[in-house]
Design a protein around this ligand. Structure first.
Ligand SMILES: NC(=O)NCCC[C@H](N)C(=O)O
Length: 282
C-alpha cells in the first residue's frame, strides 16, 4: 500500500473556494503543515509506504493531490494505471507538470500504465468514487468534471473491468465532498449535499455532519488492525476528520476502529481526508 502526498504550498491560504464561506484569512500555513505531517503519520502507522509528489509551490491548492492523479486498479489483464487528470481551473493547471513526471516514472517502476486525460476532457480525482466491491466507478458531474471527462474515463476504465456511472452533483465541490464508501459498498452521504440523482444511489447511509462523508479505509483486513494493536474484534480501521465526532461514533458502533485527524486548515479550503492523498492498494 503506497500513499502519494504533496507538501502544502506556502501560498495555501490563496486556494480556491466554491461552496463554503470564506475563512481563508484564518489559515495558518504552520498549522496546516503540522496537520499534513500528522495525517501522513497515521498512514505510516498502518504500514503504508509514504511517497512524496514533488511540491508545486506556485499552485495554492497543490496539496490536494488526489485531484491531479488517479490510481486505477484493474480486474482484467490490462495493467492498472496512474492517470494524470485535467482540471478546468487555471490556478490548478501548473500542478500537472511535476505530477506528470513523477507519475510516469512511478508507473514505469511498478509496471503500471501511465495515462493522461485528453485535452478536451476535464476531470478531477475528487469526483471519482471507486467501489471495488461492485467494480463500479461513480464519476461526479460537477464544475470540475465534464461529460467529456466522464466519457474519456469510461474508455480507460471499462477495459480494466470497471462499470462507469455519472452522478450529477451541484451542492458540493466534488462527488467525494458529498459521499465516500466503505469497503462493503455502503455509501456514507450527507443529504443536504446530494442532488436528486445522488439520493437514488443504492446503499446510501446518512451521516449528519458534512465532514463525516469523507472516510478512508486504512487497512485491508482486521489482521492488519490487530498488528496495529487493536485486536481482532473490529472490521478494520477508518480515517475520518476530527470535525465529525458523531459520524466517528456511528462507525465505531458499526464495528470499525476509527482514527481521527485534525485537518481544519484544509477544510477551510473544501479539502477533506480523501483529497490529501492518492491511495495505491496493490
Ligand atoms: N478532492 C477534493 O476534495 N479536493 C479539494 C480541493 C479544494 C481546492 N480548494 C479546490 O477548490 O480545488
Amino acid at each position: 500500500m503506497s500513499l502519494l502526498t504533496r507538501l502544502p504550498s506556502s501560498s495555501l491560504a490563496h486556494g480556491l473556494l466554491t461552496h463554503i464561506s470564506d475563512a481563508r484569512s484564518s489559515i495558518s500555513p504552520a498549522r496546516a503543515l503540522a496537520q499534513w505531517h500528522a495525517y501522513r503519520a497515521v498512514f505510516a502507522a498502518y504500514g503504508w509506504t509514504l511517497c512524496e509528489v514533488p511540491p508545486c509551490e506556485e499552485a495554492p491548492d497543490s496539496v490536494f493531490v488526489e485531484d491531479v492523479l488517479l490510481y486505477l486498479p484493474s480486474f482484467t489483464d490490462v495493467p492498472a494505471a496512474l492517470l494524470l487528470t485535467r482540471t478546468p481551473t487555471p490556478s490548478r493547471a501548473p500542478e500537472r507538470v511535476g505530477a506528470a513526471a513523477f507519475a510516469s516514472s512511478l508507473a514505469a517502476s511498478r509496471g503500471l500504465a501511465f495515462l493522461e486525460m485528453p485535452e478536451d476532457a476535464h476531470l478531477e480525482g475528487g469526483d471519482i468514487l471507486k467501489l471495488s466491491s461492485s467494480r463500479t466507478l461513480y464519476v461526479g458531474q460537477t464544475s470540475r468534471t465534464s461529460a467529456r471527462g466522464l466519457a474519456a474515463l469510461r474508455e480507460l476504465a471499462e477495459p480494466r473491468g470497471w462499470r462507469v456511472l455519472g452522478v450529477h452533483i451541484d451542492k458540493a465541490l466534488h462527488l467525494k465532498s458529498a459521499m465516500t464508501a466503505l469497503p462493503d459498498g455502503t455509501i456514507l452521504a450527507h443529504a443536504p449535499l446530494l442532488s436528486e440523482e445522488a439520493r437514488r444511489l443504492p446503499r446510501l447511509r446518512e451521516v449528519h455532519e458534512a465532514e463525516g462523508v469523507a472516510v478512508v479505509h486504512l487497512n485491508r483486513t482486521a489482521t492488519a488492525t490487530a498488528a496495529a494493536g487493536e485486536g481482532s474484534r473490529t472490521k478494520g480501521a477508518l480515517l475520518i476528520s476530527a470535525a465529525a465526532p458523531r459520524t466517528a461514533q456511528m462507525l465505531r458502533e458499526m464495528g470499525w476502529h476509527v482514527e481521527c485527524v485534525h485537518i481544519d486548515e484544509f477544510e477551510k479550503l473544501e479539502g477533506c481526508v480523501t483529497c490529501l492523498s492518492v491511495r495505491m492498494r496493490s
